[in-house]
Design a protein around this ligand. Structure first.
Ligand SMILES: C[S@@+](CC[C@H](N)C(=O)[O-])C[C@H]1O[C@@H](n2cnc3c(N)ncnc32)[C@H](O)[C@@H]1O
Length: 261
Protein backbone atom coordinates (compact mmCIF):
# COMPACT_ATOMS: atom_id res chain seq x y z
CA UNK A 1 0.00 0.00 0.00
CA UNK A 2 1.34 3.47 -0.87
CA UNK A 3 1.91 6.19 1.75
CA UNK A 4 -0.93 8.14 0.11
CA UNK A 5 -3.37 5.27 0.63
CA UNK A 6 -2.26 4.89 4.25
CA UNK A 7 -2.95 8.58 4.85
CA UNK A 8 -6.36 8.22 3.16
CA UNK A 9 -7.17 5.18 5.32
CA UNK A 10 -6.27 7.08 8.48
CA UNK A 11 -8.43 10.01 7.30
CA UNK A 12 -11.34 7.65 6.67
CA UNK A 13 -10.95 6.17 10.13
CA UNK A 14 -10.89 9.63 11.69
CA UNK A 15 -13.97 10.67 9.82
CA UNK A 16 -15.82 7.54 10.98
CA UNK A 17 -14.81 8.37 14.55
CA UNK A 18 -15.95 11.95 14.16
CA UNK A 19 -19.36 10.71 13.05
CA UNK A 20 -19.54 8.90 16.35
CA UNK A 21 -18.54 5.27 15.76
CA UNK A 22 -18.39 4.84 19.55
CA UNK A 23 -21.91 6.24 19.93
CA UNK A 24 -23.15 3.94 17.17
CA UNK A 25 -21.68 0.87 18.87
CA UNK A 26 -23.07 1.99 22.23
CA UNK A 27 -26.48 2.28 20.57
CA UNK A 28 -26.26 -1.34 19.53
CA UNK A 29 -25.13 -2.79 22.85
CA UNK A 30 -27.32 -0.87 25.25
CA UNK A 31 -30.30 -3.21 24.86
CA UNK A 32 -29.52 -6.77 26.14
CA UNK A 33 -31.07 -8.63 23.19
CA UNK A 34 -29.36 -6.37 20.69
CA UNK A 35 -26.06 -6.74 22.54
CA UNK A 36 -26.36 -10.55 22.40
CA UNK A 37 -26.97 -10.37 18.64
CA UNK A 38 -24.16 -7.84 18.22
CA UNK A 39 -21.68 -10.02 20.16
CA UNK A 40 -22.56 -13.13 18.14
CA UNK A 41 -22.30 -11.28 14.84
CA UNK A 42 -19.03 -9.66 15.86
CA UNK A 43 -17.29 -12.85 17.00
CA UNK A 44 -18.87 -14.90 14.23
CA UNK A 45 -17.27 -12.51 11.74
CA UNK A 46 -13.77 -12.56 13.20
CA UNK A 47 -13.56 -16.20 14.41
CA UNK A 48 -11.23 -17.33 11.61
CA UNK A 49 -8.56 -14.78 12.52
CA UNK A 50 -9.32 -14.40 16.22
CA UNK A 51 -6.21 -16.18 17.52
CA UNK A 52 -3.89 -14.27 15.20
CA UNK A 53 -5.48 -10.97 16.20
CA UNK A 54 -5.09 -11.77 19.90
CA UNK A 55 -1.39 -12.38 19.41
CA UNK A 56 -0.90 -9.24 17.35
CA UNK A 57 -2.88 -6.96 19.66
CA UNK A 58 -1.28 -8.14 22.89
CA UNK A 59 2.18 -8.81 21.43
CA UNK A 60 1.67 -12.40 22.58
CA UNK A 61 1.25 -11.30 26.20
CA UNK A 62 -2.26 -12.74 26.50
CA UNK A 63 -0.61 -16.18 26.60
CA UNK A 64 1.33 -15.26 29.74
CA UNK A 65 -1.72 -13.71 31.38
CA UNK A 66 -3.75 -16.82 30.62
CA UNK A 67 -1.04 -19.04 32.07
CA UNK A 68 -1.08 -16.91 35.22
CA UNK A 69 -4.88 -17.12 35.42
CA UNK A 70 -4.68 -20.92 35.19
CA UNK A 71 -2.10 -20.98 37.99
CA UNK A 72 -4.44 -18.92 40.16
CA UNK A 73 -7.25 -21.37 39.32
CA UNK A 74 -5.13 -24.11 40.93
CA UNK A 75 -6.50 -26.93 38.81
CA UNK A 76 -6.06 -30.35 40.40
CA UNK A 77 -6.24 -34.02 39.53
CA UNK A 78 -9.78 -35.14 38.73
CA UNK A 79 -11.28 -31.66 38.36
CA UNK A 80 -14.07 -30.74 36.00
CA UNK A 81 -13.08 -27.46 34.34
CA UNK A 82 -15.39 -25.15 32.43
CA UNK A 83 -13.78 -22.61 30.10
CA UNK A 84 -16.71 -20.26 29.71
CA UNK A 85 -17.02 -17.79 26.80
CA UNK A 86 -14.19 -20.01 25.62
CA UNK A 87 -14.07 -18.75 22.05
CA UNK A 88 -11.47 -20.91 20.36
CA UNK A 89 -10.66 -22.57 23.69
CA UNK A 90 -7.31 -21.14 24.78
CA UNK A 91 -7.84 -21.99 28.46
CA UNK A 92 -9.48 -25.35 27.76
CA UNK A 93 -6.73 -26.52 25.41
CA UNK A 94 -3.98 -25.43 27.78
CA UNK A 95 -5.61 -27.28 30.69
CA UNK A 96 -6.25 -30.37 28.54
CA UNK A 97 -2.57 -30.38 27.49
CA UNK A 98 -1.49 -30.32 31.13
CA UNK A 99 -3.60 -33.45 31.52
CA UNK A 100 -4.62 -33.56 35.18
CA UNK A 101 -8.26 -32.68 34.71
CA UNK A 102 -11.00 -35.27 34.49
CA UNK A 103 -13.07 -33.28 32.00
CA UNK A 104 -12.55 -29.99 30.16
CA UNK A 105 -15.52 -28.20 28.66
CA UNK A 106 -15.25 -25.19 26.35
CA UNK A 107 -18.60 -23.37 26.29
CA UNK A 108 -19.49 -20.44 24.06
CA UNK A 109 -22.43 -18.67 22.48
CA UNK A 110 -20.85 -18.25 19.04
CA UNK A 111 -20.70 -21.40 16.93
CA UNK A 112 -18.05 -20.02 14.56
CA UNK A 113 -15.63 -19.52 17.49
CA UNK A 114 -16.21 -23.09 18.70
CA UNK A 115 -15.75 -24.41 15.15
CA UNK A 116 -12.41 -22.59 14.89
CA UNK A 117 -11.40 -24.05 18.27
CA UNK A 118 -12.23 -27.58 17.13
CA UNK A 119 -9.57 -27.34 14.42
CA UNK A 120 -6.80 -26.68 16.97
CA UNK A 121 -4.26 -29.16 18.27
CA UNK A 122 -5.57 -31.34 21.17
CA UNK A 123 -9.15 -30.25 20.38
CA UNK A 124 -10.29 -33.86 20.79
CA UNK A 125 -9.43 -33.67 24.51
CA UNK A 126 -12.05 -30.94 25.03
CA UNK A 127 -15.87 -31.10 25.04
CA UNK A 128 -17.05 -28.20 22.87
CA UNK A 129 -20.42 -26.92 23.93
CA UNK A 130 -22.72 -24.26 22.47
CA UNK A 131 -24.20 -22.55 25.52
CA UNK A 132 -25.21 -19.26 27.02
CA UNK A 133 -23.41 -18.27 30.23
CA UNK A 134 -26.66 -16.77 31.51
CA UNK A 135 -28.37 -20.15 31.55
CA UNK A 136 -25.78 -22.91 31.89
CA UNK A 137 -26.77 -26.48 30.95
CA UNK A 138 -25.24 -28.02 34.09
CA UNK A 139 -26.72 -29.27 37.33
CA UNK A 140 -25.97 -27.39 40.56
CA UNK A 141 -22.53 -28.01 42.12
CA UNK A 142 -21.03 -30.11 39.34
CA UNK A 143 -18.02 -28.04 38.22
CA UNK A 144 -14.74 -27.52 40.14
CA UNK A 145 -13.26 -24.57 38.25
CA UNK A 146 -14.68 -21.96 35.91
CA UNK A 147 -12.23 -19.84 33.92
CA UNK A 148 -13.34 -16.97 31.73
CA UNK A 149 -11.05 -15.12 29.31
CA UNK A 150 -12.28 -11.76 28.01
CA UNK A 151 -15.84 -12.98 28.45
CA UNK A 152 -17.49 -11.30 31.47
CA UNK A 153 -17.44 -7.93 29.69
CA UNK A 154 -19.59 -9.41 26.92
CA UNK A 155 -22.37 -10.85 29.07
CA UNK A 156 -25.61 -8.96 28.58
CA UNK A 157 -26.43 -9.49 32.27
CA UNK A 158 -23.24 -9.80 34.33
CA UNK A 159 -24.91 -10.50 37.73
CA UNK A 160 -26.97 -13.28 36.10
CA UNK A 161 -23.83 -14.77 34.50
CA UNK A 162 -21.96 -14.71 37.81
CA UNK A 163 -24.94 -16.26 39.64
CA UNK A 164 -25.03 -19.08 37.11
CA UNK A 165 -21.30 -19.69 37.61
CA UNK A 166 -21.85 -19.71 41.37
CA UNK A 167 -24.73 -22.18 40.98
CA UNK A 168 -22.74 -24.75 38.98
CA UNK A 169 -19.55 -24.54 41.07
CA UNK A 170 -19.08 -27.10 43.82
CA UNK A 171 -18.29 -25.99 47.39
CA UNK A 172 -14.57 -25.10 47.36
CA UNK A 173 -14.84 -24.39 43.61
CA UNK A 174 -13.19 -21.33 42.06
CA UNK A 175 -13.92 -18.75 39.42
CA UNK A 176 -10.98 -17.02 37.72
CA UNK A 177 -11.64 -14.38 35.05
CA UNK A 178 -9.19 -12.43 32.92
CA UNK A 179 -10.35 -9.28 31.15
CA UNK A 180 -9.53 -5.71 30.27
CA UNK A 181 -9.58 -3.49 33.35
CA UNK A 182 -9.77 0.20 34.26
CA UNK A 183 -6.76 2.22 35.33
CA UNK A 184 -6.52 4.61 38.26
CA UNK A 185 -6.32 7.63 38.54
CA UNK A 186 -9.29 8.70 36.42
CA UNK A 187 -7.40 11.14 34.18
CA UNK A 188 -5.00 8.35 33.16
CA UNK A 189 -7.96 6.03 32.56
CA UNK A 190 -9.41 8.62 30.14
CA UNK A 191 -6.15 8.63 28.18
CA UNK A 192 -6.07 4.84 28.22
CA UNK A 193 -9.62 4.60 26.77
CA UNK A 194 -8.66 7.09 24.07
CA UNK A 195 -5.58 5.01 23.27
CA UNK A 196 -7.76 1.88 23.05
CA UNK A 197 -10.18 3.64 20.68
CA UNK A 198 -7.38 4.51 18.29
CA UNK A 199 -5.37 1.30 18.53
CA UNK A 200 -8.43 -0.97 18.18
CA UNK A 201 -9.64 0.99 15.13
CA UNK A 202 -6.21 0.62 13.50
CA UNK A 203 -6.03 -3.10 14.38
CA UNK A 204 -9.57 -3.71 13.09
CA UNK A 205 -8.70 -2.06 9.81
CA UNK A 206 -5.34 -3.77 9.43
CA UNK A 207 -6.58 -7.27 10.29
CA UNK A 208 -10.19 -7.32 9.13
CA UNK A 209 -10.56 -4.21 6.94
CA UNK A 210 -13.22 -3.13 9.41
CA UNK A 211 -12.57 -0.37 11.97
CA UNK A 212 -15.52 -1.52 14.06
CA UNK A 213 -14.41 -5.10 14.74
CA UNK A 214 -12.23 -4.15 17.72
CA UNK A 215 -13.69 -0.74 18.60
CA UNK A 216 -16.22 -2.78 20.54
CA UNK A 217 -13.49 -3.36 23.20
CA UNK A 218 -13.33 0.22 24.56
CA UNK A 219 -17.09 0.63 24.12
CA UNK A 220 -17.88 -2.52 26.11
CA UNK A 221 -15.33 -1.46 28.71
CA UNK A 222 -17.21 1.81 29.34
CA UNK A 223 -20.23 -0.05 30.71
CA UNK A 224 -18.32 -2.91 32.39
CA UNK A 225 -17.77 -2.52 36.16
CA UNK A 226 -14.17 -3.79 35.66
CA UNK A 227 -11.97 -5.45 38.26
CA UNK A 228 -13.19 -3.54 41.34
CA UNK A 229 -16.86 -3.78 40.38
CA UNK A 230 -16.58 -7.50 39.57
CA UNK A 231 -14.94 -8.16 42.96
CA UNK A 232 -17.83 -6.37 44.72
CA UNK A 233 -20.42 -8.20 42.66
CA UNK A 234 -18.84 -11.58 43.40
CA UNK A 235 -18.79 -10.78 47.14
CA UNK A 236 -22.46 -9.80 46.99
CA UNK A 237 -23.29 -13.09 45.26
CA UNK A 238 -21.67 -15.15 48.01
CA UNK A 239 -18.19 -15.84 46.63
CA UNK A 240 -15.48 -15.72 49.29
CA UNK A 241 -11.76 -14.86 49.20
CA UNK A 242 -12.55 -12.53 46.29
CA UNK A 243 -9.99 -10.22 44.82
CA UNK A 244 -8.23 -9.13 41.70
CA UNK A 245 -4.72 -8.95 40.40
CA UNK A 246 -3.90 -5.92 38.27
CA UNK A 247 -1.68 -6.43 35.24
CA UNK A 248 -0.14 -3.59 33.21
CA UNK A 249 -1.20 -1.03 35.86
CA UNK A 250 -4.78 -2.32 35.79
CA UNK A 251 -5.27 -2.20 32.02
CA UNK A 252 -5.75 -5.96 32.36
CA UNK A 253 -6.93 -7.76 35.46
CA UNK A 254 -7.57 -11.22 36.82
CA UNK A 255 -10.59 -11.55 39.13
CA UNK A 256 -10.91 -14.55 41.41
CA UNK A 257 -13.15 -15.93 44.14
CA UNK A 258 -14.28 -19.19 45.74
CA UNK A 259 -17.46 -20.93 46.80
CA UNK A 260 -17.51 -21.48 50.58
CA UNK A 261 -17.12 -25.13 51.71
C1 LIG B 1 -13.18 -12.02 23.36
S1 LIG B 1 -13.79 -13.64 23.11
C2 LIG B 1 -12.85 -14.53 24.28
C3 LIG B 1 -12.38 -15.87 23.80
C4 LIG B 1 -11.43 -16.61 24.72
N1 LIG B 1 -12.01 -16.88 26.00
C5 LIG B 1 -10.12 -15.88 24.89
O1 LIG B 1 -9.73 -15.65 26.04
O2 LIG B 1 -9.45 -15.57 23.93
C6 LIG B 1 -15.35 -13.50 23.93
C7 LIG B 1 -16.23 -14.70 23.74
O3 LIG B 1 -17.34 -14.59 24.63
C8 LIG B 1 -18.43 -15.24 24.03
N2 LIG B 1 -19.66 -14.88 24.75
C9 LIG B 1 -20.20 -13.66 24.89
N3 LIG B 1 -21.33 -13.72 25.62
C10 LIG B 1 -21.49 -15.03 25.97
C11 LIG B 1 -22.46 -15.73 26.72
N4 LIG B 1 -23.50 -15.11 27.27
N5 LIG B 1 -22.32 -17.05 26.87
C12 LIG B 1 -21.28 -17.71 26.31
N6 LIG B 1 -20.33 -17.10 25.58
C13 LIG B 1 -20.42 -15.77 25.40
C14 LIG B 1 -18.34 -14.76 22.59
O4 LIG B 1 -19.10 -15.58 21.73
C15 LIG B 1 -16.84 -14.82 22.34
O5 LIG B 1 -16.46 -16.04 21.76
Amino acid sequence: MTVGRHVQTLRNMRSVQEKGLGARIQGQIVDPEEKRRYVRRLFGGIAGRYDLTNDVMSGGLHRRWKQLALQIADIREGHVLLDLAAGTGDFALRAAREGRVERVIAGDLTLEMLRAGKTREHAEAVDWLACDALSLPFADRTVDRVVVGYGLRNFVDLPQGLSEIRRVLRPGGKLVALDFGRIEPKWLDGLYLRYLEISTSVAGWALHRNVESYRYIPESLRTYPAQRGVTELMQRLGFVHCGHLDLVYGAMAINFGEIPD
